[in-house]
Design a protein around this ligand. Structure first.
Ligand code: UD1
Ligand code: MG
Length: 468
């Protein structure tokens, strides 16, 4: 993306505590669309294919690192956290190449890689590039101060403008996004000269701008496409606002692929950042659904309202009715699921399987056309084709110490309220009478009834209430 002469290094600042979050979780691990804030920033950065990416961590450093075990980054520890300028210096220490360094804050998750690329392309040995934005609500942000010629001369932090009672600066609406690109060698020297003489007693990264102007570097500015791209997350209110913005973006992406959403403002995607949601054609998704992890949906699938679907694959033409919870499931074509179905990890349902209301399936395989339509539990079971599994029946798969399997062969009919005590096999075509507790395997084609014989006493008189 860049000329080979100017290798690009990226420093992501992610050491801050995020005090305003009022949370034990480090700020950069707070979730946005189901992924840590830092994951979003890293995804945007990695699209630039930089020579090196350094992530500066401090608060909760171990947790942050452990959250990204696969990341191709250099971790730099900033302790104590003495401001963004200090963080930048810590991040620059392990940077191997000269060229351009792009500084990105870990708490601006919606920044697009195109915007970062544009900014990085603006920087060279004579030019410092700064991403700025004119916003209505500028409170809390550093202000971009320009001279009469319109050149950027310095950045003044909000708190310092307040402390100095500087109305002219406070009236500026052009803000520092915190994202900038600088010639690496110059930046090293500038960061070494920072002092903490300011309202927060910290080393401000923003102070290098005034140095650039003095050193004769041109300060070029670029703007993002929209304000949401550079919105920083400092508290839960901003986090919620960005969550909605991100969800809108993901809903639009799904609709652009042809998915029909009953209401794009009432759907949540918490899927993985690398194509976590894949959908065929003519898919309809009703309101209130939540998708998590990696979800793959075939053609002509309908998902009813308020379903939660995580790490699952749903075949063509399948209908998932309202209020169903699917987690780690593979479903074939033309199946009917729910309403109120609970499909747990390892449930593998073949084509045309029916799972009705209040049916729980875990670590079980159901072959084509098998049905469990009401109030039932299938755990650690292998269920054959066309099996009908009655209301209220369960596989007793756990003896208190071990899980054991139940095998229900093809065309078996299990009546209502049965307990199949594993390990047990019900032979093909067999029938289990309602209310049976089956502890031994049964041969194919047999009827098994395992319950007390009915006793009927004719003309039975109920006891009368005694008078005291
Ligand atoms: C910073 C900028 C401000 C800008 C705003 C944009 C400075 C001094 N101010 O303010 O001009 O308008 O971002 O959102 O740079 N961090 C560290 N180590 C530290 C302190 C912070 O790594 O010692 C990291 C944080 O984790 C965060 C980022 O730097 O990702 C910004 O820090 P934050 O405290 O949010 O700065 P702001 O007050 O928002
Ligand atoms: Mg911030």
């Amino acid at each position: 993306m860049r000329p080979a002469a100017l290798p690009l290094s990226v420093i992501v600042l992610a050491a801050g505590k995020g005090t305003r979050m009022k949370s034990r979780l480090p700020k950069v691990l707070q979730p946005l669309a189901g992924q840590p804030l830092l994951a979003h920033a890293l995804a945007s950065v990695s699209a630039l294919s930089p020579a090196q990416t350094v992530v500066v961590v401090g608060h909760g450093a171990e947790d942050v690192r452990a959250t990204f075990p696969q990341a191709q980054v250099t971790w730099a520890l900033q302790s104590p956290q003495n401001g963004t300028g200090h963080a930048a210096a810590v991040g620059l220490a392990p940077v191997e190449s000269d060229g351009i360094t792009l500084l990105v804050t870990g708490d601006t998750p919606l920044i697009r890689s195109e915007t970062l690329a544009k900014l990085a392309a603006l920087a060279n040995e004579q030019t410092f590039a700064l991403l700025t934005c004119v916003v209505e609500d500028v409170a809390g942000y550093g202000r971009i101060v320009r001279n009469a010629a319109g050149e950027v001369t310095r950045i003044v932090e909000h708190k310092d403008a307040l402390a100095a009672n500087d109305h002219a600066v406070l009236a500026i609406h052009e803000m520092n996004t915190g994202i900038m690109a600088a010639p690496t060698a110059w930046l090293r020297g500038a960061l070494a000269k920072l002092t903490p003489h300011n309202a927060q007693g910290e080393l401000y990264l923003t102070d290098v701008i005034a140095m650039a102007a003095v050193d004769g570097l041109r300060v070029a500015t670029a703007q993002p496409d929209s304000e949401t791209e550079i919105a920083g997350v400092n508290d839960k209110i901003q986090l919620a606002a960005l969550e909605r913005a991100k969800q809108r973006e993901l809903a639009i992406r799904a609709m652009a692929h042809g998915v029909t959403l009953a209401d794009p403002s009432r759907i949540d995607f918490r899927t993985s950042l690398e194509g976590g949601f894949a959908c065929g054609s003519d898919v309809f998704i009703d309101s209130g659904c939540v998708f998590e992890g990696n979800v793959e949906i075939g053609d002509n699938v309908r998902i009813g309202p308020n379903c939660v679907i995580r790490d699952s694959k749903i075949g063509n033409g399948t209908v998932v009715h309202a209020m169903s919870h699917l987690d780690g499931v593979v479903i074939g074509e033309g199946a009917l699921i729910g309403p109120f179905a609970r499909l747990r990890p390892g449930a593998q349902l073949g084509d045309e399987v029916h799972i009705g209301n209040f049916v729980e399936v875990k670590n079980s395989t159901l072959a084509k056309g098998a049905k469990a339509n009401h109030l039932a539990y299938l755990g650690d079971a292998t269920v054959g084709e066309r099996v009908n599994y009655g209301a209220g029946s369960i596989t007793a798969n756990y003896d208190g110490a071990n899980k054991r399997r139940t095998v229900i062969e093809a065309d078996v009919h299990v009546g209502s309220n049965c307990v199949l005590v594993a390990p047990v096999t019900i032979g093909a075509g067999g029938t289990v009478g309602g209310g049976s507790t089956v502890t031994k395997s049964t041969p194919p084609g047999a009827l098994t009834v395992a319950r007390g014989k009915p006793v009927t006493i004719a003309n039975w008189k109920r006891p009368a209430k005694q008078k005291s």
